[in-house]
Ligand binder design. Structure first.
Ligand SMILES: Cc1cc2nc3c(=O)[nH]c(=O)nc-3n(C[C@H](O)[C@H](O)[C@H](O)COP(=O)(O)OP(=O)(O)OC[C@H]3O[C@@H](n4cnc5c(N)ncnc54)[C@H](O)[C@@H]3O)c2cc1C
Length: 426
């Protein structure tokens, strides 16, 4: 098998990953002299910030996934290959994929991050992560299947376990999921399952540090906590999850939480192919780069987005692993590649922090701008506007807007399907 990339006079840049970083980088070089090869294990780009809405039946997966070939129909210097990168050989400038090998003049690694269970094996085996659209869909299926199972269960304790949900991780993902699930419990589930008593259902949000939304301002953290408490979410801060067995989540305090569904939103680590030397890997399996996103000790390998750890004394933990960093690094690196071909000096990457936000539910969000934090209804409108405008494609944008409008007016989400692969039964 071979990737069948034509040999040309142009310098070849192989890009691994079509996430926020890879997509922006390739787009920004559409009018360049480079030959671009974009490799991803999926034939679509995923909009991760809205995964939680897929998991809670608010949006269809197709509304937040965009086919790569459609996005790049007009880009003639690009070859897209749908395959898994298995190994990178930096000495021979060779990328080994499940479909064959490809050589490069330059390599851009934009493989993002994957779930980090911190070595807690029982959790890794049992908990549901949410790092791909497939995982978000699996979460939706699991939650709905549990309620179907509860209907035919005659053990009250088991029913409670099937209804309960434990979310581990009080960052934006955990907070947004907890809010959406609490609203489902209030408005949707009692109507769908009138035979079940949803007052029994408990939603726990467990966070190891002392507060929710630790990366945001103190006022946003406080307000998000207030909103979630108001929605009836049980918030446990300063608590570590240590294990899981017999439908019980074990806490470091010795207490246990009964739940069939455990959602893991507590950590990520770099998603790296094999073969890269150990000395270029930094904290959380990220690739150590200089301020130009050039990987340590290499002249031809670059890393951007979640996988990159830009080593600078002023940011000991690296840049935050968020979409804006990925997009801005990609834009800067693409501009630098244009400079390389014009024999100009490269410019270092400088992150412009536009702020951060999280939504907790209907009319409730928290927004931190560089010089202003605000919460509540206006923040919720800002959250919706920013997310809507970030969606690729006018059709998807409209679909999402109509869905949100419908959900808002009807207090309902209409996508509660349990999707099964093949013809199998439950
Ligand atoms: C649930 C959730 C919610 C989030 N919410 C927000 C938010 O509200 N705001 C925000 O700014 N950020 C948010 N983030 C973070 C944001 O999504 C990431 O920072 C961003 O996606 C990073 O972009 P990236 O291009 O580096 O990686 P990704 O977008 O993860 O893309 C990596 C790509 O590489 C591909 N890939 C990886 N390994 C291989 C391989 N070996 N072979 C082939 N292909 C490979 C993957 O398929 C993927 O397409 C959220 C993340 C999650 C999971």
């Amino acid at each position: 098998m071979a990737l069948n990339i034509p040999n040309t006079e142009s310098k070849r840049i192989v890009v691994i990953g079509a996430g926020f970083a890879g997509l922006k980088f390739v787009r920004a070089l559409r009018k360049s002299d480079y030959q671009l090869v974009l490799i991803d294990r999926n034939n679509f780009h995923q909009f991760q910030p809205l995964f939680y809405q897929v998991a809670t039946a608010g949006l269809e997966p197709s509304a937040i996934s965009f086919p790569l070939r459609k996005i790049f129909q007009q880009q003639s210097n690009l070859h897209i290959r749908l395959t898994e990168v298995l190994n990178v050989n930096v000495e021979e400038k060779l990328v080994h994929t499940a479909l064959g090998d490809v050589t490069y003049d330059y390599l851009v690694i934009a493989t993002g991050a994957t779930t980090n269970f911190f070595g807690i094996k029982p959790i890794a085996d049992a908990a549901l992560p949410m790092k791909t659209v497939g995982e978000a869909l699996r979460l939706r299926n699991t939650i709905l299947k549990n309620y179907e199972a509860a209907l035919t269960c005659d053990d009250p304790a088991e029913i409670e376990t099937l209804l309960n949900i434990v979310i581990v991780g009080g960052g934006p993902t955990g907070v947004e999921l907890a809010g959406a699930l609490a609203e489902m419990r209030s408005y949707v589930l009692p109507k769908d399952y009138p035979e079940l008593n949803f007052r029994q259902m408990k939603i726990y949000l467990v966070e190891a540090s002392s507060s929710l939304l630790g990366s945001m301002s103190a006022s946003s953290s406080r307000k998000a906590t207030h909103f979630l408490k108001h929605l009836g979410v049980n918030i446990l801060t300063g608590i570590q999850v240590t294990g899981f067995s017999n439908d019980q989540v074990h806490l470091h305090t010795g207490e246990n939480l009964k739940a069939h569904t455990v959602i893991w939103a507590a950590g990520i680590k770099g998603d790296l192919p094999e073969g890269l030397p150990q000395e270029i890997k930094g904290r959380s399996n990220r690739l150590i780069t200089d301020e130009y996103n050039k990987v340590k000790g290499s002249d031809s390998v670059y890393a951007i987005g979640d996988i990159a750890f830009v080593e600078q004394a002023s940011i000991p933990n690296g840049h935050p692993q968020v979409a804006q960093v990925a997009i801005q690094q990609a834009a800067n690196l693409a501009a630098n590649f244009k400079r390389i071909s014009n024999d100009q000096k490269m410019k270092p990457f400088k992150y412009f922090d536009k702020g951060s936000m999280a939504t907790i539910g209907r009319n409730k969000a928290v927004v931190d701008l560089p010089f202003w934090s605000f919460q509540g209804f206006f923040a919720w409108l800002v959250w919706m506007f920013v997310h809507l405008m970030s969606i690729v494609g006018v059709k998807n944008r409209m679909l999402i807007f109509i869905n949100w409008l419908w959900n808002y007016m009807t207090y309902d989400q209409s996508l509660r399907l349990i999707m099964k692969p093949g013809k199998g039964s439950a």
